[in-house]
Design a protein around this ligand. Sequence first.
Ligand code: GBH
Length: 499
Amino acid sequence: MAMLTWTIIGLLALCHSSIAYTKFPPGFTFGVATASHQIEGAWNVNGKSENVWDRLSHTRPEMIADGTNGDIACDSYNRYLEDVEELEYLGVDFYRFSLSWARLLPTGRIDHVNPDGIRYYNDLLDALAEKNIEPLVTLFHWDLPQTLQDLGGWTNPKMIDYFRDYADLCFKEFGTKIKSWITFNEPYEICEDAYGDEKKAPAINSHGVGNYLCSDNLLKAHAESYHLYNETYRPVQNGRIMISINSIWYEPSDPSNAEQVVLAEVANQFKFGWFAHPIFTVEGGYPAVMVENVARQSAAEGLSKPRLEQFDDYWIQRIKGTSDFLGINHYTTWLVTGAGVDPTAKSPSWLKDIGAVATMEVGGDSASEWLRVVPTGFANLLRWCKSSYNDPPIYITENGFSDLGTLLDYDRIKYYNDYLSEILNVIYDDGVNVLGYTAWTLMDNFEWRAGFSERFGFYYVNITDPERPRTKKLSADYYRDLIANRELPQDKRYKISQK
Ligand code: GBH
């Protein structure tokens, strides 16, 4: 009997290990990401104007954890060839980086193009082409020209035209070299953290109001630049264009608690659905539950009009379907514990409008308070995206892990390994159409309000040395092996035991 039991356990173990996928499907591509303000430096050099992060870090340095700023950052403006060497070592198929609006258009508007900005990005693009690394380029990764912020930034409807003009310039100047575009990086962070709160520059903190003005304008600006590309540039340039939406994925703390299940879905609609629903669903527009909740709260506040209103039919149609792929930035999962107002919520606010309380007490930790290690949450998010958005083709446009900068970064390796393993699970078991993966990030860089205190890179950057030397971490070798073999590395030196 004992013998039989052991045989069965052995067989089960065998079966189990044979379903731990390690190989990526043919055609799956790998890249690594950065963003202009986090790496370039040269903040006031050769015609670049001030952006909202320059302004915040210079005038309110106490708002940056370690008092650093993006003045020099990784000095990629001068050292981009070192960046390209690192990319070559990793062996990536593509490099995701962003363009600095204030470097290209110092007034923010199209009236004056800065030739040095055009030159800089052409030099970078040529260096990438020489190494056969495809560019995946973000138009807006948070560094708004201060001139446009002075006019209200994303709360001003004129931003729809200004962004379209900026996109037009980029398509025209770089479109023969760039075949893959991302309009916005993480609209949630822009609207909620920067306008509805003070977690990001310009730190407007117009909670419950500015955040929704922002989303109205940002989604329209996205749609207008998509249509411009689609109608004017795509026929000759043959590229593709998408948006990258970020998630904190919410799960019920107790999956058998029906109220928590419903509230986790509400939270996901407020977070991911806020920007995904208008673009990726058949009906379009903001999620119904979001419109209803904000209307109910607004009425209770005695307002004659809700703080967020549904788009009219023209805009619902105009915004719908304006992304060739669903770009997902994903790092972590939080747990919904029940109904109510989160104790940290301001009034009014997006957080109060949700009407749910969440906790970060889940998974392993990282150097970032908000980032908990929950690989299964990634699989759940991806399955949810497949069913909520009609099985879209998906690119993971960011995923990564922070520590304090150690070179033997086993925790980062394990994070990548476990999250990538979940991607394989959903590809093979659930048919989720994930086509590519982007790791955040190439090298330690200016991590916004965390400064350089939280580090996400494959390369360590010494920011006390003017040469900004970069030192390879062990995770760089892990990612290089992964890409070379299109398979999760098994090598003992990474200290990961495959399932
Ligand atoms: C990405 O944002 C960015 O695109 C990238 O530039 C950045 O360097 C990278 O991730 C690493 O952070 O605890 O309530 O203050 C990730 C989005 C930003 C979501 C921080 C959670 C903190 C929430 N995350 N945010 S809170």
